[in-house]
Write a protein that binds this ligand. Structure first.
Ligand SMILES: Cc1cc2nc3c(=O)[nH]c(=O)nc-3n(C[C@H](O)[C@H](O)[C@H](O)COP(=O)(O)OP(=O)(O)OC[C@H]3O[C@@H](n4cnc5c(N)ncnc54)[C@H](O)[C@@H]3O)c2cc1C
Length: 410
């Protein structure tokens, strides 16, 4: 008799789990609260779906759990094998966007990814049940009872929870799954919005809204720090762009867990202190603005020079040593005032979640509840912008699907 497995949530992790559980011979029910599922896939990568990174740097994942466990999980489905799955099994050729090192479907259509995954799950035998909101899970002899919001119940031998985190709740993932898993006795690391834009109120650089450039950003407080190199964007409300999103968790957590005193520092160009010294000293009668605007957008150069208290029309030869020092400081490690963040409304992922210590990294089985498996964003891990979060969803989804199909071990 095939094992009966329910997957809760037809997002990135759940649809992958359904494919692998069904391929391994389980009778699979894929329960999804929305009409169609995979809505985060649809809006990902600006509608193009950055499906994976072209190259993987494992050290860029963030977790409060064991890094060793996290790496074990990621290595269970190596990046080249994931690429081969999408291109071979799903028939979705991928292409690298060279400037960002991101992989996208050649069609540049996120819908092809979402429809491809749910379609393959169905072809492998999974039954897709949209409009099914799961409100409770109860362990029973030999399996689980699943309760839907209309009171209906289902009985299965194994359950895979793939209900996602708390970010962008109108996609269907609103934290209900996390609450169920917590009720079942799992240890949770506190959740927080990650990969979210940063706010400054008042916004001292609001006049620069729309200006973008490539920078190196550091966010740090006494507890943690993060550095990212990449796109930066001034917004009307503060700062965004991949580099800001990648370090935002340090600021978010500094506010949630401390006094919000973390600093946001930006190196606006590729030049370090010595590089700027050389350029500014050698420029003689030229002004700071005429030099700086060759290396960064002119409006930003002007704003930084004014902030440094330097007269924009003053020649560099006339600059006092302290003025030059202040200017270089702003160019190399300019502090950006910030007061908050855009929260889950804009966050691409949720930080925190079920501790990785609570799962078996080979099968994603809960160590607390036999027959319960966890995958995707409900777990305590997230990666930077660039396809890392789907990589996590695909790897954990596959492992959970295979694990659940084999439960209990024969
Ligand atoms: C705007 C945006 C852009 C992004 N772009 C990228 C990108 O380009 N590359 C990348 O790697 N990552 C990207 N991400 C992150 C990525 O989308 C997530 O990391 C990933 O979708 C998480 O997968 P998941 O399956 O765990 O959760 P989800 O994809 O959120 O899926 C959870 C599913 O469970 C369903 N569900 C929830 N609760 C219940 C319940 N009680 N009963 C039944 N069903 C339920 C939900 O409706 C949903 O379909 C982006 C995120 C956002 C918000």
């Amino acid at each position: 008799m095939p094992r009966r497995v329910a997957v809760i949530g037809a997002g990135a992790a759940g649809s992958m789990a359904a494919i692998f559980a069904a391929s391994a011979g389980a009778e699979v029910l894929l329960l999804e609260r929305t009409r169609d599922g995979g809505r985060k896939i649809l809006i990902s990568g600006g509608g193009r779906c950055n499906i994976l990174p072209a190259r993987l740097d494992e050290s860029r994942f963030v977790t409060d759990s064991s890094v060793h466990t996290l790496r074990k999980i990621i290595r269970s489905w190596p990046l080249p094998e994931q690429v081969a799955f999408f291109e071979g099994e799903l028939g979705l050729p991928l292409a690298e966007e060279l400037e960002s090192g991101k992989l996208f479907p050649v069609s540049n259509r996120a819908r092809d990814v979402r429809d491809g995954l749910i379609g393959l799950a169905a072809r492998r035998g999974a039954r897709f049940l949209p409009g099914s909101l799961v409100v409770d899970l109860t362990p029973e002899a030999g399996g689980w009872r699943i309760t839907l919001d209309d009171g209906a119940g289902l009985e299965v031998e194994a359950v895979i929870v793939a209900t996602g985190g708390l970010s962008v709740p109108n996609t269907g993932s609103d934290g209900r799954g996390l609450a169920i898993v917590r009720r079942l006795g799992h240890t949770m690391h506190p959740t927080y919005p990650a990969l979210t834009p940063i706010a400054a109120d008042p916004a001292p650089f609001a006049a620069l809204a729309g200006v973008s450039l490539t920078v190196t950003v550091t966010a740090q407080d006494a507890v943690r720090s993060a550095v990212a190199h990449g796109g930066f964007l001034f917004t009307h409300r503060g700062y965004s762009g991949p580099a800001v999103l990648d370090v935002s968790h340090v600021l978010v957590r500094s506010r949630l867990e401390g006094d919000g005193s973390a600093q946001l520092l930006v190196r606006w160009t590729s030049l370090d202190d010595a590089g700027w010294e050389e350029i500014l000293r050698g420029a003689g009668q030229r002004t700071a603005i005429s030099v700086a605007r060759r290396l960064m957008p002119e409006r930003l150069a002007e704003a930084l020079i004014v902030r440094a208290g330097v007269e924009p029309s003053r020649s560099l030869a006339q600059l006092r040593r302290e003025d030059r020092r202040r200017l270089i400081d702003l160019f190399v490690r300019g502090p950006l005032p910030w007061t908050g963040d855009e929260g889950y409304r804009k966050a691409e992922v949720t930080g925190g979640g079920v501790s990785l210590a609570e799962i078996d990294p080979r099968t994603m089985a809960s160590r607390r509840q036999p027959g319960l498996f966890l995958c995707g964003e409900v777990l305590d891990a997230f990666g930077p912008i660039g396809g890392y979060n789907f990589l996590w969803a695909w790897a954990t989804g596959r492992a959970a699907g295979l694990g659940a199909a084999q439960h209990p071990a024969a």
